[in-house]
Design a protein around this ligand. Structure first.
Ligand code: SAH
Length: 465
């Protein structure tokens, strides 16, 4: 894209046009739609320009452009139909700080004027960077046909009716209402005159209130380990359509950034040990919003099916008779193992991997320590920071080799990812010394691949100095 389309605030600002012939007339017809102050500088202005000047639609300076004529102008058009005069006047305007367009001279113009479909306040601008004027005309004709002529009037009337529509649940229901208004009922009503529009809006609103079905929908979405690029497309689409996003503490701000701009964002963050919002309250929150007919995205770190208390939420949603869908995500173990250059399973090393939690509702979680203590076992331990000493003790007690590699990955996939390579016997104090503040996952039985381990040791040494 060589030209970036913007809408320039022009009301009350000066626009200077040098030239008074056909080229100037064509531009003036467009410019007079704006609320800018137009000044035409021309030795020999066409009769229309004289008329417009007499009617106060623009001012006319009946001489050749001179220094000072473009001071404080926002835009300048060189429409002299004479290349030399265009270059001379454009140089003046440029020096005086106006943005310059030279009619029919794309190369020397600082901006170009698009083809416009005007349904003020709805304005569609079409540009082809000068490459295909025929195409622009065709697109303009198509857009003209697609947008009801009354759209501008409807948009202005609709604006005054906006908060009456607050009775409809926000999101899809409101969007349906407005689309029925702009493209169906509004254009029909306006045929009977502008006064018919508000009554038509009222009738339409009543109809929509009556048909608003009460059940919304819940997407239970995996947000992945933190890097927004590790979101699935399904997760992105759900965020794009969400009316309400209820998220965990571990979901990163970069990911929340991707939610639909109008969505309400609710932090249901829970700290391990000492909940800041009880699970029952979260279940109730989800149901409460969905029952209003809203599209709720319940956004959970990693994969929602891994240590996510998903089933409790599903039971509450099902009990309320609300539809739901699970959108899987990348779990912390997958991101973390990629971060240390290893695989979760490897032929000849481990043909199974366990996902363990360091603690459960009763406190530190118990596992089959004897089985885990056998050589070659690999486990990904979630929520294992506070329970590290307990896990270490249990494994050693059941005969695990103290030299078994253990790797702790903090903030996996994020820019502040940290890798601590240690052994079972050194897990504590390594963890205490590292003073981790982010989420961390522990791999029991896995060391970082060689090069990563070396770099990591260096980092640890630097940190210790
Ligand atoms: N459903 C999540 C896990 C929720 S339990 C998932 O699939 O990943 C919360 C635990 O996940 C944290 O205590 C930590 O052990 C782990 N975790 C989540 N995100 C992490 C990340 N980016 N890096 C390291 N561990 C993470």
């Amino acid at each position: 894209m060589q030209h970036f389309p913007i809408f320039l605030a022009i009301a009350g600002r000066r626009i200077v046009v040098s030239g008074g012939g056909d080229a100037a007339l064509a531009k003036l017809r467009l410019l007079m739609k704006t609320e800018g102050h137009i000044n035409v500088v021309a030795v020999d202005a066409a009769p229309e320009i004289h008329r417009w000047a007499a009617e106060g639609k623009l001012t006319l300076t009946p001489r050749a452009m001179d220094r000072g004529d473009a001071i404080c102008a926002a835009l300048f058009y060189a429409a002299n139909e004479d290349a030399e005069e265009d270059a001379r006047t454009a140089a003046i305007a440029n020096a005086e700080g106006a943005l310059v367009n030279i009619v029919d001279n794309l190369h020397d113009s600082q901006f170009i004027t698009p083809a416009i479909v005007d349904r003020d306040p709805v304005v569609v601008a079409i540009g082809t960077e000068g490459a295909a004027p025929v195409l622009a005309r065709k697109i303009k004709a198509d857009v003209e046909a697609a947008l009801p002529a009354s759209l501008g009037v409807l948009a202005r009337i609709g604006k005054t009716f906006r908060h009456a529509v607050d009775v409809l649940p926000m999101g899809a229901k409101r969007r349906d209402f407005w689309s029925a208004f702009y493209f169906n009922r509004g254009p029909k009503a306006i045929e009977a005159g502008q006064d018919a529009v508000i009554p038509a809006l009222e009738t339409l609103l009543d109809e929509h209130i009556m048909t608003t079905d009460k059940a919304g929908h819940v997407d239970l979405v995996g947000a992945g380990p933190g890097d927004p690029e590790l979101l699935t497309l399904k997760a992105r689409n759900a965020l794009d359509k969400a009316d309400v996003v209820i998220h965990d503490r571990l979901v990163t701000p970069e990911i929340l950034e991707l939610a639909r701009r109008e969505a309400t964002i609710i932090d249901a963050g829970k700290e391990g040990f000492g909940a800041s919002m009880a699970q029952g309250d979260i279940d109730a929150l989800i149901v409460e919003h969905a029952a209003k007919g809203l599209h709720v995205v319940r956004l959970k770190a990693g994969d929602p099916t891994v240590f996510g208390r998903l089933d409790e939420e599903i039971e509450a949603i099902e009990a309320a008779g609300i539809s739901y869908r699970i959108v899987p995500g990348i779990t912390a173990a997958s991101a973390a193992v990629a971060g240390i250059g290893q695989s979760l399973t490897k032929r000849g090393r481990n043909s199974a991997i366990r996902f363990l939690t360091g603690h459960d509702t009763k406190g530190f979680a118990d596992h089959d320590w004897r089985a885990l203590a056998a050589a070659g076992e690999v486990a990904a331990i979630y929520m294992g920071k506070k329970s590290a000493r307990f896990i270490q003790g249990r494994l050693l007690m059941h005969g695990a080799n103290p030299d078994t590699p253990v790797t702790v990955i903090e903030n996996a996939s994020r820019t502040d990812q940290r890798i601590l390579a240690t052994t079972l016997s050194q897990l504590e104090p390594t963890l205490t010394n590292a003073n981790l503040s982010g989420p961390a996952i522990t791999f029991y039985g896995l060391a970082p691949r060689h090069a990563l381990a070396a770099a990591n040791t260096l980092l640890l040494k630097e940190a210790a100095q």
